[in-house]
Design a protein around this ligand. Structure first.
Ligand code: 2AL
Length: 249
């Protein structure tokens, strides 16, 4: 089984960290490749960044389809381009926010999301709402930590995240923590040990979910909404995104 993890930002140090975390949770025999798109923002912490990350992300899905990938993880907590990716992919595509929230709902009564910048909190609440997870989401909190600070050796990111998780557990009435950024994946185990409650990293959650879906022979339904998009002209910088017409059986 081959799982492609797409970090939709173009910071390869984060991509490598994400890949290592995903590899640490899969079964022997499952191959994990982690990539960043060839174009897009260095980090994703606004709706603008998210929108501009999607074309490069879709290119990686298209390449994955050519090379026989069995399933995909979108490794950014805004789950950018998730539905469009599902339209292109044959196998399952899972976003880290949806995976983390669903797993958290199974190991506790309420979770709090601890994320990077305050401006991303609205998207986390929006996703909790559209996934039907609002009922489990006690709060969304931010450390006012720019995403790329997670990549700076010796930064105090770990301490700031730990402190915010402690405040969440003291004040929100939550009993588990969902990490609100793929760049926090490497902090998960130690945070769980320190805090003594379930801490869910979406990269590990989504990777194991994709592995399970593929194992069960479940792929993305091609009937209705998630069918391959209709081919049409794409112009300007998007000319390369024109889809080939479906091949005749
Ligand atoms: C993220 C994430 O997971 N990757 C990224 O670049 N931005 N999410 C976030 N809330 O900061």
């Amino acid at each position: 089984m081959h799982i492609l993890i797409i970090n939709p930002n173009t910071t390869w140090s984060m991509t490598e960290k994400i890949g290592a975390c995903a590899r640490s949770v899969v079964r022997a025999g499952t191959q994990v490749t982690a990539v960043s798109p060839a174009m897009g923002p260095a980090s994703i912490e606004s709706h603008y960044d998210e929108a501009l990350a999607v074309p490069g992300l879709l290119q990686e899905i298209a390449k994955g389809e050519q090379s026989g990938v069995d399933g995909y993880v979108i490794a950014c907590f805004g789950d950018p381009g998730l539905k469009a990716a599902r339209e292109l992919a044959r196998g399952p595509v899972v976003g880290i926010a949806e995976a983390a929230m669903h797993m958290a709902s199974m190991v506790g009564s309420h979770f709090s999301v601890v994320t990077t910048l305050g401006r991303t909190m609205g998207q986390a609440w929006h996703l909790a709402e559209i996934y039907g997870m609002q009922r489990f989401c006690a709060n969304v909190r931010a450390c006012e930590l720019p995403v790329l600070e997670l990549e700076v050796p010796g930064s105090n990111a770990r301490e700031r995240i730990t402190d915010e998780c402690r405040r969440a557990l003291a004040e929100d009435g939550c009993d588990s923590i969902v990490l609100g950024c793929a760049g926090m994946a490497d902090l998960c185990k130690q945070l769980q040990q320190t805090l003594g409650v379930p801490v869910i990293d979406g990269v590990a959650a989504a990777t194991t979910m994709v592995e399970s879906l593929v194992q069960l022979g479940l792929s993305t339904s091609k009937q209705g909404e998630l069918a391959r998009p209709l081919p049409k002209a794409m112009s300007g910088a998007l000319a390369g995104f024109t889809l080939a017409p479906p091949s005749r059986p």
